[in-house]
Ligand binder design. Structure first.
Ligand SMILES: [Zn+2]
Length: 77
């Protein structure tokens, strides 16, 4: 069985323009469909993992704000 799909579409976000339309060529190079940025597939996945970490920080900030509200209710500024 032969696997040769030159234009496999995957759902990852471009670190440059935040487009999620990529085509992967036979050398595992992901090419952004919007800005033509070329990145190795693994590198692109790595970049997307970094984005996940940023999102986690946002959640932490939201939780901190909730805690500050609780403290304010107890006279904490
Ligand atoms: Zn792009």
């Amino acid at each position: 069985m032969k696997f040769n799909i030159p234009n496999q579409i995957i759902a990852l976000t471009c670190p440059s323009c935040e487009s999620s339309l990529f085509s992967i060529n036979e050398n595992e190079i992901a090419i952004c469909g919007t800005c033509d940025l070329k990145l190795h597939k693994n590198e692109l996945i790595e970049q997307n993992n970094i984005s996940d970490k940023v999102d986690t920080n946002k959640i932490t900030t939201a939780l901190t704000k909730e805690m500050q509200k609780m403290f304010k209710g107890k006279g904490w500024k």
